[in-house]
Design a protein around this ligand. Structure first.
Ligand code: MRU
Length: 356
């Protein structure tokens, strides 16, 4: 049995409410793009690939129910809803990438005089469903390339990984990106141990990654974010692997807050630092990390755990949800479904493989 964050069959979409994990496993129905927008905003579903998949599948559910009177209205509706979904959270690029791609498909369909409204709905549904299905295969390729690269450098030695945030089945259609690399190492029987950080303030590591690691029976230990330097000094970490929300042209990478300081620690301790992500996380419109918009979340996420206040009344908060790791700190490389690339070569490598 595998963990399923997204349950979909044509016309029906349910997501595992990640706000309730790990204590309760409750699925909620997503009936339209408005439901999806709010679930993404509230982080009932989160993780760059999962955000895009849930957004697009919610549109699939919605268009199936709608009776459009003509083709123009259908195409306009699809465009408007995709643009709306992009506004749910600003940092992860995957929803934007999907919106650009699917708006193009809808517009092309709209120009094809041989297609009816029903044909266009069908084509869009197929495209959304393909995206959902392809994500697992993409993640498996990332897992294999990443595991091979790490093993190549550690011939015969045991592998001790560190990861941050949640990049597993809960953040994707299944298997995971950075967690997919770790999963592959375990499948190959080469994983000695994996450490995951709590990932304050939303605790994706403690609540979600720890849950996945226990579920998958991996040899795993949870550490507080503040323990990373000590961990690297004492525990002989082989490599760090994290996910990404947006990788830009020069290789700078936005990921969960705390990633940057882990990369600095890794450099100091000579531990290879990898980013694992599908190429849908690549943003060729931005030159450097300075251009990435960083989402700031409400202070409540820092001030409370569940409904219990843990910080002094009256204190102000700074709560950026992501940070940018400069390319030069990504010393292991960027693991994609096409292979592992040095951050400074990534754009050149992807140019011939994907439309950038
Ligand atoms: O705020 P979140 O939980 O959506 O942030 C998630 C991350 O930063 C992940 O590392 C990233 O989206 C990659 S998920 C495969």
């Amino acid at each position: 049995m595998t963990l399923e964050a997204i349950r979909y069959r044509r016309g029906h979409l349910d997501i595992l409410d990640q706000l309730l994990l790990p204590t309760q496993s409750v699925y909620i129905s997503i009936n339209d793009t408005e439901d999806a927008w709010h679930a993404i905003k509230k982080m009932q579903v989160r993780g760059a690939p999962a955000i895009a998949i849930v957004g697009c599948l919610s549109l699939g559910v919605e268009i199936l129910k709608n009776d459009f009177t003509n083709i123009e209205e259908t195409v306009h509706f699809i465009q408007e809803k995709l643009e709306y979904l992009v506004t749910s959270r600003p940092t992860a690029v995957n929803m934007n990438d999907a919106a650009v791609k699917f708006i193009n498909i809808a517009k092309k369909c709209g120009l094809d005089k041989s297609l009816t409204v029903e044909d266009i709905k069908q084509r869009m549904l197929e495209a959304f469903e393909k995206m959902f299905k392809d994500d697992v295969a993409t993640n498996k390729a990332i897992g294999l390339y990443g595991a091979e690269d790490i093993l190549e450098q550690r011939e015969g030695k045991c592998i001790r990984m560190l990861t941050h945030c949640n990049t597993g089945s809960l953040a994707t259609a299944g298997y995971g990106t950075a967690l997919g690399v770790i999963r592959k190492l375990q499948e190959l029987d080469r994983l000695d141990h994996v450490y995951c950080t709590e990932t304050r303030p939303y605790n994706q590591g403690a609540r979600l990654t720890a849950y996945e690691l226990v579920f998958e029976k991996m040899p795993a230990t949870l550490v507080c974010d503040s323990m990373v330097s000590m961990l690297m000094k004492e525990k002989n970490i082989t490599a760090v692997v994290v996910g990404a929300d947006r990788v830009v042209k020069n290789g700078d990478t936005a990921n969960k807050i705390g990633t940057y300081q882990i990369a600095i620690c890794a450099k100091y301790h000579n531990v290879p630092f990898y980013v694992a992500c599908p190429t849908t996380t690549f943003d060729s419109q931005k030159e450097t990390g300075k251009e990435i918009v960083i989402e700031e979340r409400p202070p409540k996420e820092m001030l409370y755990v569940k409904d219990i206040r843990i910080a002094a009344e009256g204190i102000e908060c700074y709560n950026p949800a992501f940070d940018v790791t400069p390319a030069e700190l990504i010393t292991g490389g960027i693991i994609t479904e096409f292979g592992v690339f040095s951050p400074d070569k990534l754009y050149e490598e992807l140019k011939s493989r994907i439309p950038v």
